[in-house]
Design a protein. Sequence first.
Length: 232
Amino acid sequence: MLIAGNWKMYKGPGETREFCAAFAPPDGVDVVLCPPFGSLGAGVASGHTIYAQNVHWADEGAFTGEVSTKILLELGVRGAIVGHSERRQYFGETDETVARRTVAALGHGLKVIACVGESAEERESGQTELVLRLQVESVADAAGTHSNLVLAYEPVWAIGTGKTATPEIAQEAHALIKSLLDVPVLYGGSVKPENAEELLSQPGVDGALVGGASLDVESFTAICQAAARFHS
Ligand code: PEP
């Protein structure tokens, strides 16, 4: 089981140090923290496993506002999230750029959590399967079943909304995703201590990508403890 905490644009270096000093992940679960770029160094210094929230495909170059695998590796960062729905929604990320980021990061030895998921409109109009198929196949075609690759199923309508996919929805989506690319699949979307156990116990759910509830040491620890109970 892998539990990843996506801090989005929260926690500067000071708060990162505070969180990391108070956080003790339980045995039997892999835990990674994904602070914003400016707090990566503070996270790495704490000794916890740190991933970035994005990474560019080029080794270096004129790409203002981006960060390379080379820079992340020099900092001691071990992996990166790519294709988060907030990147797709607000910053023009496409299946093609997500695939390019994935390939470059894996090629340089970073671990990757590549995110996929349908919007509320796509689900309501019966397009969930098509959307997931396109998103997953684009990563699958580019990267294949790489041992450092993990996917995250994050239905956009469940992110930061307090709405969680039912265990049946999660299970169905995970089964589809795994049939297209056989790698571990995390669930993401309003995972909290109260629902973690039920979601994590579903077949095909190999962990969680946690946003809001990862900002608080107690709630994130409780989610990690729930995962440790399903340790495989
Ligand atoms: C996320 O940011 O990946 C996420 C799932 O957020 P939340 O847990 O807040 O819905």
